[in-house]
Structures are given as structure tokens and as C-alpha cells.
Design a protein around this ligand. Structure first.
Ligand SMILES: Cc1cc2nc3c(=O)[nH]c(=O)nc-3n(C[C@H](O)[C@H](O)[C@H](O)COP(=O)(O)OP(=O)(O)OC[C@H]3O[C@@H](n4cnc5c(N)ncnc54)[C@H](O)[C@@H]3O)c2cc1C
Length: 258
């Protein structure tokens, strides 16, 4: 791999971002918009290398950040591919799907078109974030270590033997960040319990027994032991033929809806 710093002619600052997930790509878009030289190094071999999950909630701060970082056409694409608004209630069910209680969902009202609270398909969002970054994102680059190599220069070394140099190195490599482990080896990830996720195809048979609110609102289904499943029926993505159900399974209080 060529050293990216040498190729930088327009901007004095060259930023290396480790990890091409939601955070790393959004930051790369923002830096590019600001005219700052940036390169992203992503462990995955390609955007389609692994499933990215299927939905992620974007709150108003997230929407605002996307608006600030993305060019207008990509922000509009994010909005166009985001989820439908919830029209149901916040409801509790027993394990036989009998409704125990319900109340109106707290609706986050956007105070501008840029502060949506919405659901998006993770892969679609990643594709939106990757648009226009062909020369910036380098797939198949797993960070192994970094070191300072002279006045203000940091060198990142990858598992395939390649390296890249820049002025700033940013770790956007997720929960088990290698960057963090190298920089802060004493830091520990706080476990918050376990959760299982899944989605259920909405076949005609399933539609016969799934309560309407499970499709349109936010529902918690719990058995007497406290094992619970939360579902976000409103996570449907516009123009999608699939309306996924999302389940959390947990024994902890932390996941109970407020
Ligand atoms: C099931 C589930 C549901 C969630 N739902 C929500 C939600 O609704 N809303 C929300 O805000 N958050 C949600 N989260 C959390 C959300 O996924 C994270 O907050 C978000 O993905 C963090 O983005 P990130 O860019 O920091 O890291 P990630 O999206 O994890 O991206 C990190 C990237 O770094 C790459 N990488 C890792 N190690 C290396 C390395 N050594 N070298 C190079 N690249 C590397 C990875 O391949 C990955 O592409 C959810 C998480 C899970 C597991």
C-alpha cells in the first residue's frame, strides 16, 4: 500500500480512521466535506462481507450529525430510506400475547427536518455512508498496532503487512476496539447482560396471530420468570416488502421499557 500522507497535497492534515462502521464512515464523510484528507481502514473484506444486522434507531442527535456530515443528496437518501413512524402504543403482553396494559408512545417530534427520530436498515445506511468514498475506504485492513514515527506522525500497521501514516489516528473500530486496547490497555468493556436478536417474516399465517400493536408500536412480551422480548414493529423500512420484528431476550431490569 502506498503511504497516504505522501499523496496529500491539498490539506496539511491527514486523518486515519480505523473502522468503517457507522461512526467511522460518517466522520469520513464529514471530514471530506470539510476538505480534510482522510483514509478509512476497515477489517471487512467488502461492504457485503458480513451481515450488518438489520435495523438501527437514529435519534435526533444522530440525524443532526448525519445532516451535518453528509452531502445533501446522501442525507436525502438517508431520509428516503428511513423507517415509518410508529402509530401504535407502548404495550405489555404475557407469553400468550394477551395484552396486560398499554399507553401512548412518547413521540419525539422533530423540530427540524434534520432531527428525525427514525429506524433505518443497517446495510442501507452503511451503503449511503460509503457513497463517494471509493478512494477513501480501504477494505481488508485490520489494524494490529500503531506507533509514533517522528514529529506528529502516526503509523498504523495492518495484519496484511501494509502500513499507513497520518497526522491523526482515530479509533472507530467498535466495542472491541484494537485502537482502544493499544491506547488504554487497562480499560474494560462494561457488560450489560445478554440479548438475542432475530426477525420474523410476516407470512399470512403469522399475521393471523400477531397483535396489530406488535406491528405498529413498541411491545414487551414477558413470561413469569422475567424473560422478555421487546419488539419494534415500526422498524419497517420504507419501500420494503419486509416488515421485521426485532426481539431482545433478557433477564435484566435494564432492558425493561420506561
Ligand atoms: C443488535 C444491536 C442493536 C443495536 N441497535 C442500536 C440502535 O438502535 N441505535 C444505536 O444508536 N445503536 C445501536 N446499537 C449499537 C450500535 O451498533 C453501535 O453503537 C454502532 O454500531 C457503533 O458504531 P461504530 O462505528 O462505533 O462501530 P461499529 O458499527 O461496530 O463499526 C466498527 C467497525 O470497525 C471494524 N473493525 C473492528 N476492528 C477493526 C480493526 N482492528 N481494524 C480495522 N477495522 C476494524 C469493524 O469491522 C466495523 O466495521 C446496536 C447494537 C447491536 C449489537
Amino acid at each position: 500500500m502506498q503511504k497516504d500522507k505522501g499523496a496529500t497535497t491539498k490539506a496539511p492534515l491527514h486523518v486515519l480512521i480505523i473502522g468503517g462502521g457507522v461512526g467511522g464512515l460518517c466522520l469520513a464523510q464529514g471530514l471530506k466535506q470539510s476538505g480534510i484528507s482522510v483514509a478509512v481502514y476497515e477489517r471487512d473484506r467488502s461492504v457485503h462481507f458480513r451481515s450488518q444486522g438489520y435495523r438501527i434507531h437514529i435519534n435526533p442527535d444522530g440525524s443532526q450529525a448525519l445532516h451535518d456530515c453528509l452531502p445533501e443528496n446522501l442525507f436525502n437518501l438517508f431520509v428516503a430510506t428511513s423507517g415509518l413512524p410508529a402509530t401504535g402504543r407502548l404495550a405489555n403482553y404475557d407469553s400468550q400475547l394477551r395484552e396486560l396494559d398499554s399507553r401512548p408512545l412518547h413521540q419525539v417530534v422533530a423540530d427540524s427536518p434534520f432531527t428525525l427520530s427514525t429506524e433505518v436498515n443497517r446495510l442501507t445506511l452503511r451503503e449511503v455512508l460509503l457513497a463517494g468514498l471509493d478512494d477513501i475506504v480501504h477494505f481488508g485492513k485490520t489494524l494490529e498496532r500503531f506507533e509514533h514515527v517522528g514529529a506528529g506522525v502516526v503509523r498504523a500497521s495492518f495484519a496484511d503487512g501494509a502500513s499507513a501514516e497520518g497526522d491523526v489516528l482515530i479509533g472507530a473500530d467498535g466495542t472491541h476496539s484494537v485502537t482502544r486496547q493499544l491506547l488504554l490497555p487497562e480499560a474494560r468493556v462494561s457488560e450489560v447482560g445478554f440479548a438475542l436478536y432475530g426477525k420474523t417474516p410476516l407470512t399470512p399465517e403469522a399475521m393471523e396471530w400477531i397483535p396489530e400493536n406488535v406491528l405498529k408500536g413498541f411491545s414487551r412480551v414477558a413470561d413469569p420468570s422475567g424473560v422478555a422480548m421487546l419488539d419494534y414493529g415500526f422498524a419497517a423500512v420504507k419501500n420494503s416488502i419486509e416488515q421485521p420484528l426485532l426481539g431482545f431476550r433478557t433477564l435484566g431490569e435494564a432492558h425493561r421499557p420506561h
